[in-house]
Design a protein around this ligand. Structure first.
Ligand SMILES: [Zn+2]
Length: 262
């Protein structure tokens, strides 16, 4: 009888231990889920690249907005759409064009610190006193990055007769760090200047009508300059699977990400 009681006592103790352990595990899991949720709210997961100068991260924010981290520096491209709470202040901000999905002065103000360098074409720089102006074709070294300003424009007016992006107003950019060349196309069609690019490691290509081009036209232009990796961005309302399918078998690494996550 004593033996049975002792077994029962031991059994009860085990159950207590087990339940404590389970509660502890559940608490850990719950906090992990909270951290993951918070990260998801702020931005998509970083895309990692190795360079000769160390790791480089690219974080898609939303639509045309992204963040590059390298060499301990933070570079925003077109900070305009998406959530910026919890993201680091900017060392550099590069803006491509005047439209509201690329240039939002209130967001620039939020990310800016006294030492932030803003790089922009003339039409944008007018809105940001002290900004460094780059014209199509210019090359500059900005801190840890080398930057080339690439034309971005529409080849013809849209069906409604409007030309949304006139040649010379906006800049696409090639950002070079540690030998890696990252091309952010801006709002453009598959212009000859894009097709002629060489040695692009990572490209961000827009696709949406009537402002830029179709996924098919984007794929055709990307085939011509053959980047190592390509991300469709600025694609609201388009089927990026069409773009990916059109590049199958080319050896180009097409990376589809959700740039419009809620
Ligand atoms: Zn746009």
């Amino acid at each position: 009888m004593r033996c049975i009681v002792s077994i029962l006592v031991q059994f009860a103790a085990k159950i207590k231990w087990l339940s404590r352990c389970t509660i502890g595990t559940m608490k850990t899991l719950a906090s992990l889920v909270l951290v993951l949720l918070a990260t998801a709210l702020f931005a998509a997961a970083p895309e990692e690249f190795s360079t000769s100068a160390g790791a480089l991260q690219i974080i898609p924010i939303q639509h045309a907005s992204l963040l590059i981290k390298a060499g301990g520096k933070v570079l925003y491209i077109d900070p305009a759409q998406g959530v910026y709470d919890g993201l680091p202040p900017a060392d550099y901000i590069f803006i491509t064009d005047t439209h509201g999905d690329h240039m939002v002065p209130a967001v620039v103000d939020k990310l800016k610190k006294p030492s932030t360098v803003i790089v922009a074409p003339k039409a944008v720089a007018e809105k940001f006193p002290g900004a460094l102006v780059m014209a199509n074709g210019d090359t500059k070294t900005i801190g840890v990055f080398k930057v080339d300003a690439i034309p971005m424009y529409n080849l013809k007016p849209a069906d409604n007769g409007q030309t949304y992006h006139e040649k010379g107003r906006g800049n696409g950019y090639i950002v070079t760090y540690g030998g890696k060349r990252i091309y952010i196309a801006g709002d453009t069609e598959g212009i000859p200047e894009m097709r002629a690019l060489k040695n692009i490691d990572v490209a961000f290509i827009p696709m949406n009508l009537p402002f830029t081009m179709t996924p098919q036209a984007a794929a055709e232009a990307v085939r011509a300059f053959h980047p190592g990796v390509v991300y469709p961005y600025h694609y609201r309302g388009q089927d990026t699977a069409i773009f990916a399918k059109a590049l199958e078998g080319t050896g180009i690494d097409v990376r589809l990400r959700d740039w419009y996550a809620k």
